[in-house]
Design a protein around this ligand. Sequence first.
Ligand code: XMP
Length: 511
Amino acid sequence: MEKILIIDFGGQYNQLIARRVRECNVYCEVKPWTTPLAELRAMDPIGIIFTGGPNSVYLDSSPRVDQSIFTWGIPILGICYGCQLMAHALGGEVTPAQDNSAREYGKTLTYYDTSCKLFRGLPSEGVSWMSHGDYMAKVPEGFILTAHSDACPNVAIADEARGFYGVQFHPEVNHTQGGVDMIRSFLCEVCHAKGDWTMGDYKNIAIAQLREKIGQGKVLLALSGGVDSSVAAALLAEAVGPQLTCVFVDHGLMRLNEGDEVEEAFSKWDLNFVRVDAESRFLLKLAGVDEPERKRKIIGEEFIRVFEEEARKVGAVDFLAQGTIYPDVIESGAGEAAVIKSHHNVGGLPDYVDFKEIVEPLRMLFKDEVRQLGRELGLPEYLVSRQPFPGPGLAIRIIGDITKEKADRLRQADYIFREEMDRAGEDKRLNQYFAVLTNTRSVGVMGDGRTYDYTLALRAVTTSDFMTADWARIPYDLLDKVSGRIVNEVKGINRIVYDITSKPPATIEWE
Ligand code: XMP
């Protein structure tokens, strides 16, 4: 199988490069810059990409490559630090840019030489995303300049005879117009990739790798019913089914039918599926608690206790599997950020479970790739395209103290709202929607009698990354229908409001 190797110099966007290569239907692997050349050669790639990185090539301590990589005869695309590294290694000169005002950060109007293979067929100017403080003062012999900006004459270089290309900007980020086309040109025009790799191939490779790693070992996975843990479970089921135990802890704060749906989806695999009905246990711990962070802590801790108990029943476990995906890896690295809400991804690491190693088969994938993989594995669409659902579940959508009665009412109301939204096709347009049971009661009139019941809030948002969000403009008629159905069908709710705050200043969830 044709493959591209991405040599990682520690840049922020390295997995994004890998993702773009996969988008072009070419298989790739990211390797640390310390990987010996012989190992890279043994992998028999058709091309190499050097990533960006935080260092300056002119410092002795900076990452380097084995100089013979340049006489191997393989095409190389250097991005940002990767471009400077190539220039430096091949006799060019890289200097700090302060000296010549060519530091560039952010969106930059860039002019391309469209006779260069990398830019062929693209407009001769466009915005590119720059983030560099160093500057290629002298281009190495054999290279020509193929792009410039107003501030910097040396934005891209090429030695087409040797198949070496370098760009100072980041073609992998969305802000670079035509960036993916440039990567595709490198893959297809320079490396002659056929571009016939699919997510089905990814699945097969991942299964083979899991089999090799796990051998005859036992694997334990906490299944939440969310997309990530479900896809990880399905992949492991396919790879080592009978050795896998999936523990699904139903804390009684799931959405309507959720537990049955998850169990049903996994019934086709030969694996050990443990469904723990822990509703009463969780509700007991939560009784009378109304402070959101306390609720989250109690649920997170109790979840781990239940999980540990189940793990002990399974016995000596060799591997603990987790559905960590790439954005989680990045987010957990952002250690300085203030804690707005302590997120419990059900499946947080227990302290006492006796296991030898962790497996995270989705660690390199982005969310939409995980969904695609789930489809390849034959998971039902309702699981694969599921909206995010917080680990603490309905506990943080019931404002104030939690009772079973409130949870049941919210479950019903939430189901009606989601059902009507899906029927109206809003599921294609919006990113998340759900109902919240507020702690406010108000007076109403039903039949000829007075009511004094709860107010339910509806929340629907559009967002690309869930870090910021806008409230969704859904049709009044739809709101009307939902409101009518809920007050008629769900006992104890007599008033419906629609949340019209964006994030920030609000958050998506109410607690
Ligand atoms: P907020 O409310 O912080 O939510 O704007 C952003 C996104 O995160 C989801 N969310 C959680 N997900 N565990 C999770 O796995 C949690 O504790 C949690 N809290 C919020 C929320 O549904 C939204 O998609």
